[in-house]
Design a protein around this ligand. Structure first.
Ligand code: HEM
Length: 415
């Protein structure tokens, strides 16, 4: 028995940690692709800890927000690392949401019985973006205040609840009331909603279990590993690696504080990087508030995608239509983000953007469907082909029935 086993057994015999009713997990989940959500949870805990520490020094208000942020950077021991680690982890969280979203989309994890976990996930993504938006305002820099004004203006155009949303952010319109609202949303209301949704998300995950790899045709689990201590130590390990990585990046590459709001410096309003793409699309549409409708359609589409994609197979190779849609969106996001940084707030004429957007659609659909039609025939793999040639008649019959099973499955493919 190793030293760690002795320590662990001692703790477990007192604290009964291994009795915690967390299900044993399939062995295939011992793979980082199954932990994008776990990393997100680790990032959230980091934000809560660093956020509480920042609140010890930060003072909201038009005359104090910027100076207290400067105080954190220049006077508080390790304050510059604390502030930057909070900022970088917010970026990592958004990046992880993208990765978690695309990973679950491509492997069809939204399909029955995980539709609800998927919908809750989309809501969580919106809450995280809301947290980023409200946090951006707090240091009260020129660039962040301008970007917030643009955001509030657009929120007010939201159908039916636009005015409510805008007043939720700005309060009675005075700057002190706006600070109060932004801070309450950032440190209290949105984190509380996120925790509630996370609890439901995890409950559903615990009940429905992890989506098996696409190569597995059924929901079978195979061999399992116990949560405690195997997955507990795995979670602790990846959490510490993530936290360490962000602290190092924050120490080596601190982001300089932009000029204070109201200073004479003229800056271009620019949202955080993950909102630059929709910000650029405003330059495409004649009425800027139309971006709200575009975003609404995108969010509703992805919320309801489990009900649109009715194919039985989760394999991306069998779902060319839905794979093309999300890949087009990913391409648009990357393109408009780069474009937004290069030419912010520069109008783009339909004669320029329409061919580009159509070209991306044609390219992605062409490529995905091309590959789909090329590989859609079920061909036996090398080893299967051997067994096919050398096995007895009974085995051959079995192989035929397997192949026809696969062909049957293809009938459930999206068109
Ligand atoms: C703050 C945001 C989020 C957190 C903290 C979170 C957390 C988690 C965790 C810990 C898991 C367990 C397995 C894993 O790590 O993958 C999970 C699974 C899952 N999440 Fe999320 N998630 C978030 C956002 C989202 C989003 C945006 C979506 C998609 C719209 C989503 C959809 C799912 C689905 C479908 C599963 C089940 C995956 C499977 O069966 O393998 N989640 N989430």
């Amino acid at each position: 028995m190793s030293f760690f086993d002795i320590i662990w057994n001692w703790i477990d015999s007192r604290a009964h940690i291994s009795d915690i009713p967390l299900k044993a997990m399939p062995e295939y989940t011992m793979d980082i692709s199954y932990w994008t959500g776990g990393l997100l949870a680790a990032a959230f805990i980091f934000q809560a800890i660093t956020g509480v520490l920042l609140m010890l020094y930060y003072t909201p208000g038009a005359s104090t927000a910027y100076s207290s942020t400067q105080y954190i950077i220049n006077k508080v021991p390790f304050g510059i690392i604390l502030l930057n680690a909070h900022l970088y982890m917010a970026y990592v969280m958004i990046l992880l949401i993208f990765i978690h979203f695309f990973r679950n989309y491509y492997i069809g994890a939204y399909k029955k019985p995980r539709e609800l976990a998927w919908i809750i996930g989309i809501l969580m993504a919106l809450v995280v973006v809301g947290s980023g938006f409200t946090g951006y305002f707090l240091p009260y820099t020129e660039v962040s205040v301008d970007a917030t004004d643009v955001g509030v203006g657009l929120a007010s155009k939201f159908p039916l609840i636009g005015n409510f949303l805008a007043s939720l952010i700005t309060g009675n319109g005075t700057i002190s009331s706006e600070f109060g609202r932004m801070l309450d949303l950032h440190i209290l209301i949105l984190p509380a909603i996120l925790m509630l949704l996370f609890g439901i998300h995890m409950y559903l995950y615990e009940k429905n279990e992890a989506t098996p790899p696409v190569s597995m045709k059924t929901e079978q689990k195979g061999s399992t590993l116990s949560w405690v201590p195997t997955f507990l130590s795995y979670t602790a390990g990846i959490t510490l690696i993530l936290w360490g990585f962000v602290i190092v990046i924050a120490s080596v590459f601190p982001v300089p504080l932009a000029p204070e709001a109201g200073s004479s410096v003229i800056v271009q309003a620019m949202p955080e990087w993950y909102l630059v793409a929709p910000y650029k699309v405003i330059d495409f549409v004649p009425i800027s508030s139309n971006i709200i409708y575009i975003l609404l359609v995108i969010v509703i589409f992805y919320m309801l995608v489990p009900f649109f994609d009715r194919s039985e197979s989760r394999d991306p190779k069998d779902r060319p239509f839905f794979v093309s849609i999300v890949t087009v969106n990913l391409d648009y996001f990357i393109l408009f983000t780069i474009w937004g940084y290069l030419q912010p707030a520069v109008q783009v004429q339909p004669v320029v953007w329409i061919p580009i957007m159509l070209g991306i659609i044609a390219f992605n659909f062409g490529l995905t469907y091309g590959l789909y039609y090329k590989y859609r025939k079920v061909t036996p793999t090398g080893s299967e082909r051997n067994s096919f040639t050398h096995s007895n008649t009974k085995n051959k019959k079995q192989h035929f029935s397997d192949a026809s099973d696969c062909n049957d499955k293809k009938e459930g493919v999206d068109k």
